[in-house]
Design a protein around this ligand. Structure first.
Ligand SMILES: [Zn+2]
Length: 244
C-alpha cells in the first residue's frame, strides 16, 4: 500500500526540477555577493539579481534550506550557513579566476568575460581551480576591477571611491570598478569609453540626473542607472593640478 504514495511523491517532485535553470551555485553566489555588497538578502533580492520568478526563488530556497546551505528566519532574511558560505565562496573564487584567465591569458575583452565565466565556472574541477590559483594568485582584481567578493559602499567610501553618479562636475576621475552582472550595461559602458582603469571627466550634472561626460571615446550623456554602477576616484593628475 505504501508504494503508490511514494510513486506519486516522486512524479510530483521531478517535473518541477527543470523549471529552475539557475543552479544551486548561482543562488549561493548571489546570496554571498549581495550580502557582501551590503544588501539585506530577502527572496525578492534574489529574484531581482538572478532574474528569476519569485515562485522559483521560494522553491530553490526551500531546497537550499533542506540541504543545509541557508537559513531563512521569520524576518525573511536569507543567511548562508557555514556550509553554504563555503560553497558560495568557492563559486565566486572560480568565477574570479576564470575571468582573469580569459582576460590575462587569452586577451578576451573585459566586457565579454563575465558571461563566459558564468558558463565555465560550474565545470571547473578542484584540480584546475588549484592550477588557476597558483598561476594567477587570488589577490588581484578581475577585469572589471572587482575582488573575489564585492565591497560595500561604506568600504569603498573609506578608500575614497564613490559612484560616478555622485561625482562632482569639473573634475577627472579614474574608473576603479564596474558592476559586472549586467552584460547590457557592460556593452553600453564600453561604447561610451568607460572602462576599468580608464579616465572619465564629468563636464556637467544635469537637472534630469544625467551627466555630461568626456572619455577617450568622446563626449556622452550618461543616465543615473549606469552612473550608479561605475565606481570612481579622483584622477591623480587632477588632484595634483588642484594642489591636493
Ligand atoms: Zn569581474
Amino acid at each position: 500500500m505504501a508504494s503508490p504514495a511514494i510513486f506519486i511523491l516522486e512524479v510530483s517532485y521531478y517535473p518541477v526540477k527543470p523549471s529552475i535553470s539557475v543552479s544551486r551555485e548561482d543562488y549561493l553566489k548571489a546570496i554571498l555577493e549581495a550580502a557582501s555588497e551590503g544588501h539585506t538578502v530577502i527572496s525578492a533580492t534574489l529574484a531581482h539579481w538572478l532574474a528569476v520568478s519569485p515562485p522559483a526563488v521560494s522553491m530553490a530556497l526551500r531546497r537550499l534550506r533542506r540541504d543545509g546551505y541557508v537559513e531563512v528566519k521569520a524576518d525573511g532574511v536569507v543567511r548562508l550557513t557555514p556550509k553554504g558560505h563555503e560553497a558560495a565562496y568557492r563559486t565566486a573564487l572560480r568565477h574570479h579566476l576564470i575571468e582573469r584567465m580569459l582576460s590575462e591569458v587569452f586577451g578576451m575583452p573585459w566586457y565579454e568575460v563575465h558571461d563566459e565565466a558564468e558558463r565555465i565556472e560550474h565545470a571547473v574541477s578542484p584540480a584546475f581551480e588549484a592550477l588557476l590559483s597558483r598561476k594567477l594568485g587570488v589577490k588581484g582584481s578581475c577585469p572589471h576591477g572587482n575582488a573575489v567578493l564585492p565591497e560595500s559602499p561604506e568600504t569603498r567610501k573609506r578608500r575614497g571611491v564613490r559612484p560616478l553618479a555622485d561625482a562632482p562636475a569639473g573634475a577627472a576621475y579614474t574608473v576603479t570598478s564596474l558592476y559586472e552582472r549586467d552584460p547590457g550595461l557592460l556593452r553600453f559602458l564600453h561604447r561610451t569609453g568607460i572602462e576599468p582603469g580608464g579616465t572619465v571627466r564629468v563636464l556637467q550634472r544635469n537637472y534630469d540626473q544625467t551627466l555630461g561626460i568626456e572619455t577617450p571615446a568622446g563626449r556622452f550623456t550618461v543616465g543615473p542607472a549606469a552612473a550608479e554602477k561605475v565606481q570612481v576616484r579622483r584622477a591623480p593628475a587632477d588632484r595634483r593640478r588642484r594642489g591636493r
